[in-house]
Design a protein around this ligand. Sequence first.
Ligand code: AMP
Length: 378
Amino acid sequence: MNPLPSYDRWGSLKGKRILVRVDFNTPVAEVDGRLEVTDDFRIRATLPLFEELLSRGAVVVACTHFGRPQGQVVEKYRVDPVRRRMNELCRDVELLENLRFNPGEEGNDPEFGTALVAGFDYYINEAFGASHRAHASIMVPPTLIPSAAGLNLARETATILALLENPARPFVAIIGGAKVADKLAITKVLCEKADTVIVGGGMAYTFQAALGHSVGSSLFDASYVEQCAQLLAAGNVVIPTDAWGLPSASPFGANAGHEPATLFGADIPEGFVGLDIGPASAEHFADVIGEAATILWNGPMGVFEDERFAGGTETVARAVAKSDAISVVGGGDSVAALRAFELEGDVSFVSTGGGASLELVELGDLPGLRALRESPFH
Ligand code: AMP
């Protein structure tokens, strides 16, 4: 595969106008009557690129999507809070209005893409988290002006591809999260690439059902039982053998209730719901993780937003953090969990693009990366 084009080959950037596609789709909340960014990680992560370009004399204009305004101007999706935070951190960069206010963005409309790059000398894609989408701001600029990969996009792509192509072994993958439908394709790929695949979270109950266990009213998708059974038959999938749960009608979630959790074995009876892996599973998972030389983790082991069901995710997070293995953690929830336990600095690489990193693992490429590699302006 061709390497991603780098902006190093452009020579002097003095006075050059550079359009940088970023992913500043950050969480916001109302503070004193106006929206403010509550997590500026994605903005801070882009500062090294901005600072380098500015120090080389370039004029830098950034563009991002923000929320889902569906091709119309929606006041609450204006980029103002993001722009304010960005300009507190870096004054000299301009941020264009939300790309998704124009239906041409998600429609990958060449006319919208052409208007976007008008007046620019160069384009840089620094939006790894948006590069699995064939949208205009990702796909069209590389067909029109010299284009390159941003620092984080290049690093994130190289890290994930290296992990898949030539991992130090044993390679242990940990997959969790709510829905088996969302994660089965990647689980399949990882079963081929990794030595062991640990499955936890809501998606694990379909695997447990495939072994004939009862799952009560836990998350479960009958249409995937057969495929889960096939993966289990391959022999390198590890699933939970116990679970913490609640009666089905009991509330759960962030600040949702105080009823103590009940511990089950591999069977969850009718009238109960499984919400976290149990202590025996957590200990076993941690032992497997402790043996790994490479770790890929995506998705929590339970409803970690509710402290009664955070224990499994915390045990896994601590095992990943303690390991000397090369560890890549992706997916908003796993990263949020790492941060909640203050372990973010103890892993080798925190991936910013949830869906994009899953798709890169699954398919080995992304539309936005392909667009950069296939740009005729090399
Ligand atoms: P995902 O976006 O697929 O990574 O899923 C993350 C969400 O899965 C989190 O909000 C968790 O609360 C949720 N989750 C994890 N385990 C369970 C479970 N056993 N039952 C219900 N939700 C779960």
